[in-house]
Design a protein. Structure first.
Length: 262
């Protein structure tokens, strides 16, 4: 079945983006003397195909019919003066801005590709940050140092299990799992917690409470194993996306720095 409702937003933005100076003369349809450019229909067909639909006469007819419906409604809305409504004017301007911003981002990414050297440098930084070990960690989080010391004292007594005492933890997510945070690299944790983990061997727990912005922790390392970092080729898409986002953010920051903002 051909889906037409997905195209409404694209049609509106597409209409706003068309530049009369470069628009094709060929018309897909005339509605009360107003032309619907074939180029606009082709643009929406391309978008539909990119979303997984097959380019077919049925799809093209559905898109053409949908655009005729949109044009009829736009003309009626204009006749009613809705195009002069303050809120509509603002929404239209925001839509135009969104189209232009999208075009800017695509153009910037095209003209500022991420190099292989950049990807390799980012990969090496990531490996250094992750380290070569990962830890299977448990913790118990409480409000005060006194509570944490009390738990440490209880753990020193034979028969008291970390998993049972973890039921008192403020961290509801791990409390029901015996305090387990699963396998993680230390850099995933806030510095005081990470430092405590790095100073523990397999089967050890902290002898003193560890304070973070979340409260006071009693930490135990169940196990330690070598960290297997995926190869560069496996991480390339994520690294490229991250570097591209950083590059675009810097470009925006530079533009903002040069702009006169009052």
């Amino acid at each position: 079945m051909v889906k037409t409702n997905k195209f409404a937003v694209l049609a509106i933005l597409g209409a706003l983006a068309v530049n009369p100076a470069v628009a094709e003369d060929k018309s897909a349809a005339m509605v009360n003397g107003i032309s619907i450019p074939q180029a606009r229909v082709d643009m929406r067909v391309k978008a539909a195909v990119a979303q997984g639909q097959a380019d077919s006469p049925e799809l093209r007819k559905a898109i053409r019919d949908d655009m005729i419906n949109l044009e009829v409604m736009v003309q009626e809305a204009t006749k009613l003066g809705l195009n002069k409504n303050d809120e509509v004017v603002q929404q239209t301007e925001l839509a135009k801005q969104s189209v232009l911003v999208g075009a800017f981002v695509q153009d910037y990414a095209k003209n500022h590709p991420i190099s292989e050297d950049q990807l390799k440098q980012e990969y090496d930084k990531l490996k250094a940050k992750l380290g070569d070990k990962e830890y299977n960690v448990r913790h118990i989080l409480v409000d005060t140092e006194a509570e944490a010391k009390s738990i440490i004292a209880l753990l020193a007594k034979k028969g008291n299990k970390f998993e049972k005492l973890a039921e008192k933890s403020k961290d509801a997510g791990s409390a029901t799992q015996g305090g387990s945070l699963g396998w993680a690299v230390p850099s995933n944790f806030v510095p005081p917690f990470a430092n405590a983990v790095l100073n523990l061997k397999k089967g050890e727990r902290t002898k003193d409470p560890v304070q973070t912005q979340f409260g006071w922790h009693v930490i135990m390392v169940d196990d330690i194993r070598d960290l297997k970092v995926p190869a560069l080729d496996e991480l390339k898409p994520q690294l490229q996306q991250r570097l591209q986002q950083q590059s675009i953010k810097k470009a925006i920051d530079d533009l903002r720095a040069k702009a006169k903002i009052e």
